[in-house]
Design a protein around this ligand. Sequence first.
Ligand code: ADP
Length: 484
Amino acid sequence: MKNILFVASECVPFVKTGGLADVVGALPKMFPKSEYDVRVILPNYTCIPWEYREKFQYVHHFYMDLGQRFENVHVGIMTYQLDGITYYLIDNEYYFSGWAPYGTIRFDIEKFTFFSKAALAILPVINFKPDVIHCHDWQTGLVPVYLRTLYHDNPFFEGTKVIMTVHNLKFQGIWDINTFKYISGLPDYVFTPDRMEFYKDGNMLKAGMIFSDYITTVSDTYAGEIQTPEYGENLDDVLRFHNRKLCGIVNGIDYDLYNPGKDEFLYKTYNIRSHKKGKAANKMALQQELGLPIDENKYMIAIISRLTEQKGFDLIDWAMEGIVDPNVQLVVIGTGESKYENMFKHYQWVYSDRVSANIYYSEERSHKLYAAADALLMPSRFEPCGLTQMIALRYGTLPIVRETGGLKDTVLPYNEYEGTGTGFSFANYNADEMLKIVNYSKEVYYDHKEDWNKMVIRGMKEDFSWDISAKKYMELYDRVLGIN
Ligand code: ADP
């Protein structure tokens, strides 16, 4: 039996702000129970819905040293079982209360310093000795650091290996070194340029990667891109230096959660054979719900996204006039930077019969839109993996993407001569290039409907389940454990 421990700051169905939560929610379930004991450690946020929190069971509590200021910090341990996975939730109201998992960066740095140390501290208490600790993103960056420093001589962790998966290199957990020393209690020798120091500050993700036995990221292309200055977020030199312990493993999507044949959020479920009727019914019902003209022949383009610079909304701003001709309906569901929220609200005001700006987070509406739309626009500046385009394909909605990161690895551009491809793509971060490909997609949609429908079927047939990627993680676990 191999003991695998996931440590993460979000996880479906408890708490989600982005794709990270989908991954941490889905991947642990993919390992065969006969061979793997997989457990997951999360913060016990008070923003986790009460329907779950009321079922969390108390295990134990103790007090932990944390840095120079805090000698006795409360660490509560709660537990919960779901779909055969054991979750541990670290309780501390000071750090984990509030209506969202993240707040101001200074407090988040301290919050996840506490979380990272507590994640290791609870293991002897619950008597779970991991063979591999699998960390996710900067919030867990100090887990490998504590493991290899303050916990180095602890016999409980003898032989334990640690892997860091980078879901987005943009977020690194950077703060000044003196504060880090003060709140973490980590020894001075950690704060050198070859370890945690980063342009005179401390960097949790950098340290996490350096102290890990292996680094993964969420697509092959992104694994290559982040070793270049353009995408490396000032860590490209570190990643080049460590590139023998770096690889890309593309994410999958949860096929139970995203299944147009069974999705209870949809007005009408459908499958490959019934996609034309099913999608038309979903489109018209959504048009009615959103107050758009009801017409199944409108070309409905969806955007389902965090509204941040990363996702390429500047290009959409530039090209908007060209995108929304009278045949198009652009439906946005997203929240994020007020600049982009206001931008879409503005366009809804200007083109009230063509643009629907839904500035909120709604799992239900997003599923309805995946089913209703014809295309999904995702012109990301960079995209580590991206789940949205894979979900869209599963719902017969063709992605229009920029060829970067995971978008490049999962969307095959349409080739009208060979009759291949599952979507549309463009190479450079340029509004004209994007508009050209959006217009091309419209042309295929209206003038070559049969080809369009064939492409929809090819997309729906693609395998984006976790099977292949989970196997790659299992091989990686074996590799770091020195098995074969
Ligand atoms: P990222 O992790 O960068 O946010 P991904 O494409 O990997 O992007 O994952 C985004 C996930 O969040 C998808 O499951 C998508 O459906 C969901 N999502 C994003 N914005 C919203 C929203 N406003 N309402 C519902 N779901 C959303």
